[in-house]
Design a protein around this ligand. Sequence first.
Ligand SMILES: Nc1ncnc2c1ncn2[C@@H]1O[C@H](COP(=O)(O)OP(=O)(O)OP(=O)(O)O)[C@@H](O)[C@H]1O
Length: 258
Amino acid sequence: MVSTPSEPSPTGPAPLLTLTAAGKRFPDGTTALTGVDLAVSRGDFVSLVGPSGCGKSTVLRLASGLTEATVGAVDRGTDRISYVFQDPTLLPWRSVRRNVEMLAEVTGVPRDAYRPTAAELIELVGLAGFERHRPRSLSGGMRMRVSLARSLVLAPELLLLDEPFGALDELSRERLNDELLRLFGLGRFGAAVFVTHSVAEAVFLSTKVIVMSPRPGRIVAELDVPFPYPRPADIRFTDEFTRLTARVSRLLRAVEPA
Ligand SMILES: Nc1ncnc2c1ncn2[C@@H]1O[C@H](COP(=O)(O)OP(=O)(O)OP(=O)(O)O)[C@@H](O)[C@H]1O
């Protein structure tokens, strides 16, 4: 079960993020997104899949406020939003611990407030014993664990992840998927929007998978994933999992340009 800091109201928890008929047109005239409606509440894990260039990253950028919608509205129910990118973007001269602490440090949180949380997160992502190591001595999967721990130090309500495991080998990726769900189950973030090109990853992680059309990106299908959390790793081998991934893959094939 995903722990929630507050009791949901009878009408359900207030959305952490709402996109209403949101669109994005860049100054060069490129329309990246059109008519996107999306609501994310605490306990939701939403994955976005779609052809390359369909605007998945743009949805995350709108969600975070890094860019503004040119049409429609984006409402955030929280300002505790954290971003994880495919590149872990660690500072090479800083140790694991000091990389994990970095975001808290730059936002001016007192050291005593974040240091124990950072230490706990390093342990939770399986990096105990590596606190003093520099990024260059870590594997790709370990670097991504540092990036994940760093994104969670300020206890985000909404975690935005842009293909975070895309550069990892299959096994590391599956392990990181398991870890991410464990952190979700522990209430280390309230909800997630996750961009991926892997259908299996989307289904394994999510409460909902959203399929987008080629540019200008719009939502063409939303599939609820019925598996309760915690999800054992071998759920991936069940018939229901295979059926769901096949459905998403078929939808993707239908929207892919020929
Ligand atoms: N600043 C910009 N100016 C003009 N066009 C842009 C800008 N940023 C992104 N685009 C275009 O908008 C479209 C959507 O980009 P976005 O990165 O959101 O797609 P994506 O689905 O995340 O792609 P990918 O799966 O390849 O990472 C793309 O065609 C991209 O080239």
